[in-house]
Design a protein around this ligand. Structure first.
Ligand code: FAD
Length: 531
């Protein structure tokens, strides 16, 4: 994946996709596969906004059943099943435990009915994935970290998990392989119109501040939270903030779905890269679109909610990292407007403005592929092109094609090969999930330089060869691209200035950074950490 801003300038495209989050990435990939001449830009890094700040779940959304959102749940469950098959390295199954206590808002019978419906809506899923009931004693045995007093029993049910930023990145690479021109740190500053119709755009390459114009036949804005400042669309959407905390290891292979006692909202405790992700919140947001802070009250809310369930409480001192993201929700109906933000529909909508520009509003990481297919359908209809969607069921760009469809066997063999080349077992496991088929390239590098099999920081399963691969092949522009999204070290470890300088130094040769640039990049990461 090379960054080449000059390949955009003064050219014409069938479609410009503005915004390289999950919606922009799927849209560009789908359109390029259908043979359109596509440009995809993002003013920051790929997946740099909400699409790297999610709960990292590929799920139907059990809680949406309470709002009778059956259509949304069926749609997202179908996508979940498809993604697990098409991208086993990128989207993997994760079971959730749901304890039911004497004081729980949802009792055993109602939870059972909800889970039966969830299984039913996931038509075609393997029977091994159906929900299971556990007696009080058995559930306490399975989740020994939970308080067992007043526990009545519990369930487990199947969903799935991903690395959201890498999901976006892989799709951007897929779009490039299919012929799209994709440039990060490239901002759309002005829409060019003729006779009231959008026909081009002024773009600025933020790495050099050079601007240029391009001609386009169609434009899609997948600009996420920045739609709240877009004259064409701002009255149609509202924002809510969700934060996550990273805490020490707690669960190994299963997650927990819990309910906050203070307001009855659902939240998750999820294992991720060996640590614990605790989230999320859902509060109305009206502040800056560019820098989202994390409210102390939200941190307290999450810790309090989790601590009511845990035998060993967490305190502020246990927090390793945190991040915040903004949801874009379609403007609520009158009834929804009066209710809590978490009760507003998460479903997605496509609007076409009077000037012909299309807007993707709201949605989910999980269902973005299906929604993007609708965007590209509308673009094709407008251009009078008849080509069907090619992303449904298509193996992912980094799917290891040499695995001959037996991914588990391929993955097992590669893991053993990685261990033999000096990588520790946990890092080898994650390396395969992070890179899919590209892992063979990393193993070749290690064969020549065995020292690169060492971890970047001792507590986390990321090795130096991975970092160098990202710097060389994954369109890294800034240090935080490498350390927040290619590898999420900035949120999973408390990196010191010395760590940051060492890491910047290790990739400076690849990225042609001199000492002054390294210092700037370290300062940029430190500023992000202080947000
Ligand atoms: C806290 C939280 C948890 C969530 N958890 C889940 C989950 O577990 N599972 C799930 O399925 N969904 C989840 N979601 C929903 C999901 O994350 C979002 O629906 C999705 O990431 C939105 O993607 P997007 O592409 O629309 O927007 P974004 O990812 O925000 O991308 C928009 C992009 O547009 C770019 N942009 C804006 N203006 C310009 C411009 N002028 N020029 C160039 N580029 C521009 C931005 O830089 C940005 O990268 C969660 C959401 C939140 C907030």
């Amino acid at each position: 994946m090379n960054r080449n801003p000059s390949s955009l300038c003064h050219r014409s495209f069938d479609l410009l996709v503005c915004g390289g989050g999950i919606y922009g990435a799927w849209t560009a990939y789908d359109a390029a596969l259908r043979g359109l001449k596509v440009a995809l830009i993002d003013q920051g890094d790929w997946g740099g906004a909400t699409s790297s700040a999610s709960s990292k779940l590929v799920h139907g959304g059990l809680r949406y059943l309470e709002q009778f959102e059956f259509r949304l749940v069926r749609k997202t469950l179908a996508e979940r099943e498809m993604l697990i098959k098409a991208a086993p390295h990128r989207v993997w199954p994760l079971r959730f435990g749901v304890p039911v206590y004497a004081h729980s808002r949802v009792g055993l019978l109602r939870m059972k009915l909800g889970l039966m419906l969830y299984d039913l809506l996931a038509a075609g899923q393997a029977s091994s994935k159906r929900h299971r009931f556990f007696s009080r004693h058995r559930f306490a045995e399975r989740f020994p970290l939970l308080n067992a007093a007043a526990l009545k029993g519990g369930f487990t049910y199947a969903d799935a998990q991903t690395d959201d930023a890498r999901l976006v990145l892989e799709l951007v690479d897929g779009a490039i392989q299919a012929g799209a021109v994709c440039v990060n740190y490239c901002q759309l500053t002005r829409l060019i119109e003729e006779n009231g119709q959008a026909c081009g755009a002024e773009l600025v390459d933020l790495s050099t501040n050079q601007s240029c114009e391009i001609r386009v036949r169609q434009i899609v804005f997948a600009t996420g939270r920045w739609q709240a400042a877009d004259q064409q669309i701002k009255n149609d959407c509202r924002l809510t903030r969700g934060i996550h905390l990273i805490l020490p290891p707690l669960l190994k292979d299963e997650a927990l779905l819990l309910t906050a006692p203070s307001d009855g909202r659902v939240f998750f405790v999820i294992p991720w890269y060996g640590l614990t992700l605790l989230g999320t919140t859902d509060t109305a947001y009206h502040d800056s679109l560019d820098a989202i802070d994390i409210d102390r009250a939200e941190i307290a809310y999450l810790l309090d909610a989790a601590n009511t369930y845990l035998k060993k409480s967490w305190s502020q001192a246990d927090i390793i990292g945190a991040f915040a993201g903004l949801r874009v929700l379609k403007s609520p109906s009158a009834a929804e407007a009066a209710a809590a933000p978490s009760s507003i529909s998460r479903d997605w909508e496509l609007r076409t403005a009077g000037n012909g520009a299309h807007y993707s509003i709201g949605g989910k990481l999980t269902s973005a592929r299906q929604d993007a297919a609708q965007i590209v359908d509308r673009v094709c209809t407008t251009l009078d092109i008849q080509r069907p969607c090619a992303t449904q069921g298509r193996l992912f760009p980094w799917y290891p094609h040499e695995s001959a469809m037996d991914f588990p066997a391929w993955s097992q063999a590669l893991q053993e090969q990685a261990i033999q080349s000096g990588i520790d077992r946990e890092s080898a496991f994650w390396l395969i999930r992070r890179h899919g088929g590209n892992v063979t390239e990393i193993l070749r590098t290690i064969a020549h330089h065995p020292v690169l099999a060492e971890r970047i920081v001792s507590s986390l399963p990321f090795i130096t060869a991975d970092l160098l691969h990202c710097a060389a092949h994954e369109m890294v522009v800034h240090l935080d691209d490498a350390l927040r999204r290619r590898i999420p070290l900035l949120i999973l470890a408390k990196l010191t200035a010395t760590d940051l300088r060492r890491i910047a130094g290790s990739i400076s040769g690849i990225l042609h950074w001199d000492t002054a640039r390294c210092a700037q990049e370290v300062a940029r990461c430190q500023a992000w950490l202080k947000q």
